[in-house]
Design a protein around this ligand. Structure first.
Ligand code: C2E
Ligand code: MG
Ligand code: MG
Length: 740
């Protein structure tokens, strides 16, 4: 390369010599002058050559740069070749591509500073660039794309005048992105741990536990490292056994490994109180050094536990008396029965019933009735010894299960003491009401094949003896003979329900002004397979004293709605369907839901359904009755007061009961044409009802005279044999046809 640089001045020198010689040859007279000019030129040229070589030698930067630049051009990394004063800069192809430049564009100082992330290029900055092993710089291209390049700058060569630096870049944009994603993932993981409120506990050798941030927070730990003993000491003493047994299993039982275990234990929380935690954990042995590695997740389940306790309470504790209910008895009873069988224990099962409890309810009110139940429960509590149990079976029925230590008189003595305590209660709390209770008892396990059997036999004994107040009866198998009638009826009725032997008959209700049908009353009939029709008065009381009435009412409600819609679908004018409710139906807490369900199922509009309630029923708990009636009214269902005049007959109730119809009892109507007093009463009741916007209907109208009297008295509707007896649904059609 150096030779090539010498060639031009040498060629010039030769050319000049040739020219001088030519001039000297053609003009010999001037040869002296020409020679001196030649020599001068020669000296100048020689000096020029000296100076020329001197310059090349003193600034060889550019050629150096050019050759290095050439080499860097095809490197697969971003390169900047630059001299210290930034007078010469070269960006290689890869870098040009990155910054979006074409090959013709020349590198500029500004761009270089921007790429290297510095403001200017002082020696201090150069030192810093060299000192930094890698200098990560963000670069935003014109199109907005952002790159992260890690620059490494080094002194490449020193020329006489300059230092040539080479900055090699490594595009780490992708890596940075991954790092950010990882950091995000890490943060999300920590966040989700916090949100899910799961604490993690890990141990490598069972000596030290590593606790996650959430665990530290939950348990109020001082650091994220805790010893096994310290962790164990936080566990509730009663739950440590459970925890220890799992730890022991890891030492002794190979199968305990690799499977997830789950325990529910109490651990002292940050606030210093024990909270319930679900601890799910797993243990493995390290493949390399067999170390025991455990990892577990802690979840605070205190709220769920509290809910469970509440649910258990709701399921097993009687709301009124706060003593165990029948469910609890039916859970513990069978277990006790099993002990008796296997351990030769024996127990007495005593069932008690408060005599004439309804009188307390009716005369003193529902609240007082509840108070009596609570007091009674307290009295009973005094009689359960070790392993005994008291439960409320329902209503005013209670049961005591007590251990038999060989004293056959114990049940009678217990029942008598309870009766005495009740007597005291009557004097002190219940205004000398004659409070007594009756009892029936049986012996477990010999009085039955199961606990339920023994309990039912005690109840059986109670029923048998309850003809007289304060009776105390011991179960005898012979008792079955005497009350077989009722139980048979119950059984037969239950079968009748199963076999669809119950049917609804309908009795028309007539509008006295038009003489046309305005509604029907659904009246239940039990039609036996031989065709015998049994009237409700014979079986509804039996159904009411057993659980059967609920099933019957459900049938009545749904069937009556279905039938009414059917008539509507047949194109007849809509009429009101009345149904009768027994007391136990009406006092159900979910009555509204049941009625709503029936309406929805049948698609019957609520206004075409009417519920008939008797006064006596409403008076049982007037407050509850009003709220129950109001909720039915809010549904849009109509409410009729049935058999008005037979019960309390207080017109003042008309003010508070949200009824829409008053049904005058048949006893007023039967002889109304001859009984002036009955006539008078009926007329006044109709007048008062009218003034309150309540419609009236008279039931039991059997002749035209009665109908005329009622019509004159302003009665709105009528029901009775005069118009039609209760008949199967198809026979109502003729009334509906007349309506058309
Ligand atoms: P209730 O609701 O007062 O029904 C009227 C009763 O009077 C019906 O007797 C009906 O057949 C009868 N009756 C209607 N018009 C006359 C008449 O002009 N003369 C005479 N002598 N009697 C008439 P039924 O069907 O035997 O029902 C008796 C009671 O049984 C009903 O009295 C009602 O309290 C109850 N009952 C009927 N069906 C049901 C039901 O589905 N559920 C419930 N819980 N009780 C029902
Ligand atoms: Mg009725
Ligand atoms: Mg009636």
């Amino acid at each position: 390369m150096r030779n090539r640089k010498i060639i031009p001045p040498v060629l010039i020198l030769i050319a000049a010599a040739v020219i001088v010689l030519i001039f000297a040859h053609f003009s010999p007279e001037n040869s002296g002058l020409i020679l001196s000019i030649f020599i001068t030129t020669l000296i100048v040229l020689s000096l020029s050559v000296i100076v020329y070589f001197g310059v090349i030698k003193s600034d060889d930067t550019i050629p150096e740069m050019t050759s290095i630049a050439h080499v860097t051009e095809h490197l697969d990394t971003e390169v900047i070749l630059w001299v210290d004063d930034c007078s010469v800069i070269h960006f290689n192809k890869k870098l040009r591509k990155m910054i979006g430049w074409n090959d013709n564009e020349k590198a500029t100082k500004e761009m270089m500073l921007s790429i290297l992330g510095v403001e200017n290029m002082s020696s201090a900055i150069i030192e810093r660039l060299i000192a930094a092993k890698s200098n990560d710089v963000l670069f935003t291209r014109e199109d907005g794309k952002v790159f992260t390049i890690s620059w490494n700058t080094s002194l490449f060569r020193k020329t006489r005048r300059h230092r040539i630096f080479l900055s090699a870049g490594f595009d780490i944009t992708h890596i940075k992105k991954m790092q950010r994603t990882l950091a995000d993932t890490n943060e999300s993981f920590t966040l989700s741990m916090e949100l899910s409120e799961i604490g993690i506990i890990m141990s490598y050798d069972m000596k030290k536990f590593y606790a996650s941030a959430e665990t530290v927070r939950m348990l109020g730990l001082k650091s994220n490292s805790i010893s096994l003993n310290a962790f164990r000491s936080l566990i509730h003493p009663n739950d440590r056994v459970q925890y220890d047994s799992w730890l022991k299993a890891f030492e002794t039982d190979k199968d305990a490994f690799n499977t997830m275990k789950s325990i529910e234990i109490r651990i002292k929380s940050a606030r210093g109180v024990y909270r319930w935690y679900s601890y799910r954990f797993k243990a493995i042995r390290s493949a390399t050094d067999n170390t025991l590695i455990t990892g577990g997740a802690l979840l605070d389940i205190t709220k769920e536990r509290e809910k469970d306790i509440l649910i258990e309470r709701l399921a097993y504790i009687d709301e009124v008396t706060e003593i165990p209910n029948r469910n609890k008895l039916m859970e513990i009873g069978p277990e006790t029965y099993e002990y008796c069988r296997h351990l030769n224990y024996s127990y007495w099962v005593i069932v008690l019933d408060i005599d004439r409890f309804h009188i307390v309810n009716d005369t003193c009110g529902y609240d007082k009735g509840n108070e009596l139940l609570r007091n009674f429960a307290h009295i009973l509590y005094k009689f359960i010894g070790n392993g005994g149990l008291v439960a409320r079976l329902g209503g005013d029925n209670f049961a005591i299960v007590m251990r038999d230590y060989g004293d056959d008189e114990l049940p009678v003595r217990t029942a008598m003491t309870i009766q005495e305590e009740m007597n005291k209660l009557a004097v002190n709390e219940f205004s000398s009401l004659n409070l007594t209770c009756s009892a029936g008892y049986s012996h477990m396990p010999d009085d039955g094949n199961s606990f339920l059997d023994v309990l039912e036999h005690a109840e059986f004994a109670l029923k048998t003896g309850s003809g007289s107040q304060g009776s105390i009866s011991c179960y005898e198998p012979s008792m079955h003979d005497s009350i077989i009638g009722t139980t048979e009826m119950e059984k037969a009725l239950s079968d009748a329900i199963d076999n669809n032997e119950l049917q609804l008959y309908y009795q028309p209700k007539i509008d006295l002004k038009t003489g046309k049908i305005m509604g029907v009353e659904a009246l239940i009939r039990w039609i036996k397979p031989d065709g015998t029709i049994i009237h409700p008065d014979s079986f509804i009381p039996v159904a009411e004293s057993s659980h059967l009435v609920g099933r019957i009412s459900e049938f009545v409600l749904n069937e009556a709605c279905r039938q009414n819609v059917l008539w509507q679908k047949m194109g007849y004018k809509s009429i009101v369907m009345s149904i009768n409710f027994a007391s136990s139906d009406f006092y159900q807490k979910d009555l509204k839901e049941k009625v709503t369900d029936a309406l929805i199922k049948s698609s019957l509009e609520a206004k075409w359904l009417e519920v008939e309630l008797t006064e006596t029923l409403a008076m049982r708990d007037i407050n509850f009755a009003v709220s129950q009636m109001t909720s039915l009214r809010n549904l849009g269902v109509q409410l009729a007061m049935d058999d008005f005049g037979t019960g309390y007959s207080s017109l003042s109730y008309l003010k508070i009961l949200p009824i829409t119809l008053l049904k005058l009892d048949r006893s007023f109507i039967t002889n109304i044409e001859n009984d002036t007093i009955a006539h008078e009463i009926v007329s006044s009741v109709i007048r008062i009802a009218k003034s309150k916007g309540i419609k009236t209907i008279a039931e039991g109208i059997e002749n035209q005279q009665q109908a005329d009297i009622l019509c004159d008295a302003g009665c709105d509707y009528a029901q009775g044999f005069l118009y039609g007896r209760p008949v199967p649904p198809e026979k109502i059609i003729k009334f509906l046809e007349m309506q058309r």
